[in-house]
Design a binder for this molecule. Sequence first.
Ligand code: V47
Ligand code: SF4
Length: 362
Amino acid sequence: MNTFITDPRLTPIKEKITAGIRLDAGDGIILYQSHDIIGIGRLADFVRRKRHGNKAFFIYNQHLNYTNVCVNHCRFCAYSRKKGEDGAFTLSIDDVTEKLMARIDEPIREIHMVGGINPALPFEYYLDLLNTIREIRPNATIKAFTAVEIDHLAGISGLSLEDAIQKLKDTGLAMTPGGGAEVMSHRVREQLFPRKIGQERWLEVVRKIHEAGLTSNATMLYGHIETIEERVEHLIHLRSLQDQTGGFSAFIPLAFHSRNTRLSHLPSTTAHDDLKAVAIARLMLDNFDHIKAYWVMIGEKLAQIALNFGADDLDGTIIEEKITHMAGATSSKGLTRENIQNMIRSGGFDPVERDSFYREIG
Ligand code: V47
Ligand code: SF4
């Protein structure tokens, strides 16, 4: 491996990677402490190319946010509203139909749907959402409800967690998005999201999702008050669960955006933070196939560069992203297939359109 390492602390890590030896927490901390961004990038690129060669994946998808009413009041969230507050919304089934029909002529493969924890909505509402999407978009995969929502849905369904997941699966749910664990640290949870389910429950719910035969993604919200050690611990929790279930598909680092939140005094993440988040995930998560550079959060230009730092996936066309844009994201709200293909090609990679399970689209 030709790595151009300038930080000597990375040399033993390079040796482990070349020998296929798993990195430990200490290695993760050194990687985060190091400023040798090119060296870290070369290591991550080596691992990325072993798995995916020159391919870079994307999907034609649509985001749907069904409600922003939420009782959890996470301090980092600009998206949620209290019931009745200005800007609060909940989509009716007719609204959802309208949003899907507005793009019915596009070859959408995946509907990505997340929302707040809104106690006014009964379990049947969620089943109606799934049924409606399935009727209008029979060929799209429904990737919906983070483990936080699944926990809530089980609570209101009157069913056990296992039976609630099975019911959602029978109604069309095929996959769950990665959010909700944020950073697995009791300290950070206490300060930023004390009302949201904790890490033990998040891991338990995800385990049940995987045991039901559904795949899920995992995310990490970084760039707020978390420490390097807490980031590394988060990755190791995910890696351990993946060793046991094999149910995770992709990992997506989520760069914190502070505008309109109660943490608006915090600065944005830097290019180094964002590239390291991708590269270190690739190096630590040796049992995850896919690392996404989420262009919504880090911008289209840095997402393109992230393909050289361990990322193999740019997510997708998206259209109408709300959660990050309400917190000040300056990226586009959506991209065309041509935009994404061009980003990939002009970076020297081969664009591969995929479905939710990374099957290549002819
Ligand atoms: O868990 C909330 C994050 C997540 C902010 O699986 C914020 O493909 C940045 O799950 N700044 C939900 N992030 C989104 C999610 C997701 C997103 C993209 C792809 C996938 C996938 C899943 O959004 C939450 C939280 O970590 N979030 N507020 C903010 N101000
Ligand atoms: Fe609610 Fe999710 Fe926002 Fe937290 S991040 S307040 S759970 S919508």
